[in-house]
Design a protein around this ligand. Structure first.
Ligand SMILES: C[S@@+](CC[C@H](N)C(=O)[O-])C[C@H]1O[C@@H](n2cnc3c(N)ncnc32)[C@H](O)[C@@H]1O
Ligand code: SF4
Length: 454
């Protein structure tokens, strides 16, 4: 395919300056964003949605929407609630939902993840139930699927880790955010560095094949020195993977945009990102996306499993639990989304009271254009890049014809085409949250801006 320039040098420069002026617009964790979801006019029977799903293997996700407390920056679907009876009733509901969904799982699961919230807030016996549900009801074979669980320092204990170890968990991912007590306190996360070290040492003694640690940059009071200190502390535990998140605050999070120095015109986050990329490269970490860095030697972990292939461009994600999203090729669906205590409590109460979980009522139907955008975004926001022939094969059209603005990526040299793959490097990936935002379609953007958070 030949690529012809359609932008002049001034336009390219102006576009690049726009990115640089506002690199942190929105984290497009998935496209379309959940704030573009709406109630469906008619409930969609799940049996119809999943009947012809083309992917060869599926991804099973379970969402545990509970935490000890809500962190100041967090807008995930989670409720601060430590009550064990509340957790038990929630797992009962999740089990009923799995019974309704089991027949839909017509492909083997290549991946299983338990996320949240903080899944390990659940007691060890409730965690055991989650694995029993995955294997006994949904048909997960833990020897052929990679399994990942999210945790937090204060919920890590030997009983819970023992369950994860026995059930074949390959990857444990722990949120740390910062090793500096004052920085953690400033984001309403009362976390002592000693507590973090205890958790890391305990995790180390269980020797999971892959440990991931999450850190945040752009915290109130953070400097380049304190950021690199936290990064070095994390590196001392030799995690196979590190996720670095730029801090986001929104009007509905406890920390407001104005509370944080990162919102100042001279945004420190870019400097912190670049410094971290360098430090991680020195330690042998490769960059896979704006947020994900991993050591090559641990990619393809799980030595004693024979893992099924999972095509990440394909869909087929079944999300059990309240707040989980599910993706078929053309319908994404979930329960409603909320952040406030009142909203999350009422959405969870509805979920627990539900008798049948066999329809989708809320979500987004992706037409051919939206499926193309999603495919492009999933490709370019990862270092693997967008394989042009995969796109042509799936849609019978060319990405540069469907989305001519992609030429700005190559003309600005934030991306290049090599061996038929459109790929970005460190700088381009660093602009992921601006480039992702820029590629949102008009219909999705207008739904996102009209969304009213309950
Ligand atoms: C589900 S949490 C991780 C597990 C656990 N709940 C914890 O916090 O320890 C996922 C990660 O997303 C990141 N994150 C969530 N909201 C964020 C925000 N507004 N700004 C930056 N990072 C954020 C944090 O690094 C967090 O660890
Ligand atoms: S960052 Fe983690 S622990 Fe904090 S509120 Fe969000 S999900 Fe819960």
């Amino acid at each position: 395919m030949t690529e012809t320039a359609v932008y002049n040098a001034e336009q390219v420069e102006a576009w690049k300056q726009e990115l640089a002026a506002a690199p942190y617009r929105s984290y497009l964790y998935s496209y379309p964003h959940k704030t573009a979801y709406r109630p469906f006019e008619d409930s969609k029977p799940l049996a119809d949605l999943w009947k012809n799903e083309p992917s060869e293997s599926f991804f099973l996700y379970m969402h545990i929407p509970f935490c000890g407390a809500r962190c100041g920056f967090c807008n995930l679907f989670t409720l601060p609630d430590k009550r064990e009876d509340v957790h038990a009733r929630y797992v009962d509901a999740l089990e009923r939902q799995a019974r309704d969904w089991a027949a839909l799982a017509s492909r083997p699961f290549a991946r299983f993840a338990i996320g949240g919230g903080t899944p390990t807030l659940l007691r060890a016996d409730q965690l055991t139930r989650l694995f029993d549900i995955a294997e006994g009801i949904m048909g997960l074979n833990p020897r052929e699927a990679s399994i990942s669980v999210e945790t937090s320092p204060e919920t890590v204990d030997p009983q819970r880790l023992q369950v994860l170890k026995e059930r074949g968990v390959d990857r444990v991912s722990m949120g740390i955010q910062s090793f500096i007590e004052a920085e953690a306190a400033a984001i309403y996360r009362p976390q002592k560095p000693d507590e973090v070290r205890r958790a890391l040492e305990l995790l180390g003694s269980f020797n999971f094949p892959l440990l991931n640690l999450d850190l945040i940059y752009g915290l109130p009071g953070q400097t380049l020195d304190t950021w690199l200190y936290s990064l070095d502390q994390a590196l001392a535990y030799k995690p196979g993977e590190i996720f670095l998140y730029p801090l986001y605050t929104r009007e509905h999070t406890i920390l407001k945009p104005g509370d944080v120095s990162a919102a100042a015109p001279e945004d420190l986050r870019w400097t912190l990102y670049m410094a971290a990329c360098e430090r991680l490269a020195e330690h042998g970490y490769e960059q896979f996306s704006m947020r994900r860095f991993a050591r090559r030697d641990v990619v393809g972990y799980s030595p004693d499993k024979s893992l099924l292939a999972y095509g990440c461009q394909e869909e087929g994600m079944m999300g059990l639990g309240c707040g989980a999203r599910s993706y078929t090729q053309n319908v994404h669906y979930a329960s409603r989304y909320g952040v406030s205590r009142k909203a999350t409590e009422s959405i969870i109460a509805d979920y627990v009271a539900t008798e049948r979980y066999d329809t989708a009522d809320y979500g987004f139907v992706l037409d051919a254009q939206e499926q193309r955008r999603r495919f492009v975004l999933k490709g370019i926001l990862h270092s693997e890049g967008l394989k042009l022939s995969d796109y042509q094969q799936r849609f019978s059209t060319e990405p540069f014809d469907d989305l001519p603005q992609l030429r700005l990526l190559t003309e600005s040299e934030l991306a290049w085409i090599e061996d038929g793959v459109l790929r970005m490097g460190r700088e381009g990936l660093g602009y992921s949250d601006a480039i992702g935002d820029w590629l949102i379609s008009d219909p999705v953007r207008s739904r996102m801006s009209a969304f009213i958070l309950p």
